[in-house]
Design a protein around this ligand. Structure first.
Ligand code: NAP
Length: 517
């Protein structure tokens, strides 16, 4: 049995004890195991503080950017082998594996460019210097400085590549060393990617450490200049928010959690027109891509009552043609969910939603995957439900089925009603809206957008350019208010705010110009 090691204090190290298994979700076979028992995590935190941090902070933004570029290149060279690992541990089709792995290298490359553009500086100026005294000489200048701590990254199971490296790119550019912890169940891909970076000798010692398995007592060793960037379920997020390091020692925390994302079809959209097809393509992709295991996937689809029957029929037609099975099989369009517990949760979730909604296609019953032995693998049918009374429902707004499942919510077509339905989700990562009616869109922005981190507006003139709403871009903020965790990742240089401290420096304008650039 392969035992995945952690990379701590410049050494590959094995935990003791039985180890937790990593499973191929298409077959149920165990492919590796890992344990963090007995590892000295206090030493790992100290190594980041004493070795990794100083080495990174000594580099300019351009030099750190060059490291990110080298990382992207090294990983890209191993793309095919990484896609195989993704298939075998994550159950991804080739397209879904590319979404994760190319998303990782693409984000590294994007942050490499931000680093190049910041040049030789090691400090980010935040606004202009402001005159404070009677003369022009005495000024105040806000700056952002790298935090002299470690960033602990705790990731969800669904994006072992992108989730790891989108966080890493931002922290390393900010000059902060990282201890990255993938979700245990799908850690194989992260493990190999970190191994590639280590083998290539790209990063200074201590810049990146890998904890492969449970977090153990890692957080007990964090202090006021450290930070935790967490992606995962709202329950785990809430527990981390209450950890003593956050509550008593002021460790900074960012949470990306569950999200009941929405798509809203405007009242001016008619069956068969351009926006109809754009919306249909996007929602079907969101439900099936990565088997619906995307934090940004649509869960609620608001459609005007006048066209909901037609839209439902078109979706059922598309979803019922998706072939589900082993992602290595060329005919298969959608693989399994990642773990046995995700399978149980997805089925139980569909049953819960069906208390308030009718199943139009799919459902919670077991399904035989194509290309696997009878009963093997963690497969779920692409599932569409239709809520009976959306304004009175609760589960469809609050229970995230983390799988290939979404619910249609018929509504009047009124933008304020759409905003009310959005708000019932309690805060989300992304919502897309399809309309050419500017009054309707304006109302939606004012009343609905405060509930989302990103609003994708599809209108006639940009319909052919609109990117699928599930796609997170390095230049755009990723995060959402309330239920979605309140975190903000990426967004270009905005992402660096989490890893830097804003300091107001007051003094002689000439001296500050010289020292700060
Ligand atoms: P999870 O069970 O909350 O686990 C997430 C991570 O937290 C894993 O690495 C897990 O480690 C770790 N963890 C669990 N207990 C911990 C503890 N006591 N101390 C420190 N770390 C701990 O979530 P998941 O099932 O992997 O992910 C699915 C959820 O993530 C979905 O709800 C989805 O919406 C959300 N998600 C959100 C985003 C976003 O960007 N907003 C992106 C992707 C996913 P182990 O695996 O070792 O237990």
């Amino acid at each position: 049995m392969v035992r995945l090691q952690s990379y701590l204090c410049g050494q590959w190290q094995s935990g003791t004890g039985a180890g937790r298994p990593l499973v191929n979700p298409s077959t149920g076979a165990t492919i590796a195991e890992t344990s963090t028992e007995g590892l000295d995590l206090a030493a790992a935190v100290a190594y980041a503080h004493d070795v990794g941090g100083p080495a990174l902070r000594a580099l300019s933004f351009a030099e750190r950017g060059a490291l990110l570029k080298a990382m992207a290149r090294a990983l890209h060279e191993h793309r095919e082998a990484l896609l195989d690992i993704s298939r075998d541990n994550n159950g991804t089709t080739r397209g879904d594996g590319k979404f994760d792995i190319d998303g990782a290298t693409g984000t590294l490359a994007a942050y490499a460019r931000y680093g190049r553009d910041l040049g030789d500086a090691r400090v980010i100026l935040d606004g202009e210097a402001e005159k404070l005294g009677g003369g022009a000489r005495y000024v105040g200048q806000h700056v952002r400085l790298s935090r002299p701590g470690v960033a602990v990254h705790i990731n969800a199971f669904n994006f072992p590549a992108w989730g790891t490296f989108e966080k890493l790119a931002v922290a390393l550019l900010a000059g902060v060393p990282v201890i990255t912890k993938p979700a245990t169940a799908t850690a194989h891909l992260t493990h190999r990617m970190i191994e590639i970076i280590v083998e290539a000798g790209i990063l200074p010692d201590g810049a990146v450490q890998l904890l492969c398995g449970s977090a153990g007592d890692l957080l007990d060793h964090l202090g006021p200049q450290d930070c935790i960037a967490f992606t995962g379920s709202a329950n785990t997020g809430a527990m981390l928010r209450g950890h003593a390091c956050v509550v008593e020692r002021a460790t900074r925390i960012s949470i990306e959690a569950d999200s009941l994302n929405a798509a809203i079809i405007g009242p001016d959209v008619s069956p068969g027109d351009n926006l109809w097809h754009t919306a249909l393509r996007n929602v079907v992709k969101d439900i099936t891509q990565k088997t619906g295991q995307k934090c940004t996937a649509v869960r609620r689809i608001l459609v005007p009552e006048s066209i909901v029957d037609d839209f439902a029929a078109a979706m059922v037609d598309e979803l019922s043609r998706v072939k589900v099975g082993h992602p290595g099989d060329k005919d298969v369009g959608m693989g399994p969910v990642a773990t046995a517990s995700q399978l149980r949760d997805a089925r139980a979730g569909i049953q819960l939603l069906s208390q308030e909604a009718d199943v139009l296609t799919g459902g919670a019953d077991p399904i035989q995957g194509i290309g696997v032995a009878d009963g093997e693998g963690f497969f779920v049918k692409p599932t569409l439900l239709r809520a009976r009374a959306p304004l009175d429902a609760t589960h469809v707004h609050l229970h995230e089925v983390f799988g290939p499942c979404a619910t249609l919510l018929p509504y009047s077509g009124d933008a304020s009603e759409a905003a009310t339905l959005l708000a019932k989700g309690g805060g989300m990562l992304v919502t897309s809206a399809y309309s050419d009616d500017r009054d309707w869109t304006g109302t939606l922005i004012l009343e609905g957008a405060p509930w989302v981190g990103r609003l994708v507006l599809a209108s006639k003139k940009v319909a052919d350019q609109v990117l699928p709403p599930g796609m997170v871009l390095p230049s755009q903020v990723h995060g959402g208010p309330g239920r979605a965790g309140g975190g903000e990742e990426l967004g270009g240089l905005r992402g660096l705010e989490f890893y830097t401290n804003r300091v107001a420096i007051q003094g002689d304008a000439g001296v500050l110009r010289k020292l700060l650039g």
